[in-house]
Ligand binder design. Structure first.
Ligand SMILES: [Zn+2]
Length: 195
């Protein structure tokens, strides 16, 4: 598995390529900026390795604790964190739930301390308007997030396959469990069954 630093380098090296290709296709600097911002956030902070104690996790600073339940419930490199589209979708939903909870708590606190009279309904309506007004921009940002995650999956797969290739040859490209490993695991399990 590549280190966090290797993933960072891949993200930063591929950023100019992504910016160039996006600008050439979209011919729009705002779209390019939004996709690149999502790509950087997805590659450096919001990446699949939030399922372990990683640089992604540490970069959340004092807010890193919100990822502890995620880390505890999602198996490292499982489809829920490292699956294309699924991984990003799960993390977006997970973060949205936390932002809603923290937003509601913050709103209650502000109302109690400053007596500003903000209502959940009013804030919810403003947020809904903001999402509706900038739906396309949010979708571009999500595309950037997914591209950032894809560069991570590709690096994980590429480096693991290269390591396996050294011992297994071309079979490394098709990681199926060999008869030997199946036999081995059944032998390992048999003492448990006897117990
Ligand atoms: Zn990974």
């Amino acid at each position: 598995m590549p280190s966090g630093r290797t993933h960072d380098r891949i993200t930063l090296w591929t950023l100019p390529v992504l910016a160039g290709v996006t600008l050439a296709i979209a011919r729009n600097s705002a779209i390019t900026l939004i996709i690149c911002a999502g790509f950087l956030f997805g590659g450096l902070m919001f990446g699949p390795d939030l399922d372990v104690l990683s640089v992604h996790y540490k970069r959340w600073g004092w807010l890193r604790w919100i990822w502890i339940p995620y880390r505890g419930s999602v198996k490292h490199r499982s489809v829920w964190s490292h699956g294309p589209v699924i991984g990003t979708t799960v993390r977006v939903i997970y973060l949205s739930v936390w932002l809603t909870v923290l937003g509601l708590l913050g709103l209650t606190l502000v109302n109690e301390v400053l007596r500003v009279g903000l209502t959940w309904e009013g804030v919810g309506r403003s947020l809904q308007q903001a999402f509706q007004q900038y739906t396309v921009e949010w979708l571009w940002f999500c595309l950037g997030l997914e591209l950032g995650a894809l560069s991570h999956y590709a690096a994980d797969w590429g480096i693991s396959t290269r390591k396996r290739h050294k011992t297994e040859g071309w079979k490394a490209l098709f990681p199926v469990r060999s008869k030997t490993s199946k036999r081995k695991s059944s032998t390992q399990r048999s003492p448990t069954r006897r117990r």
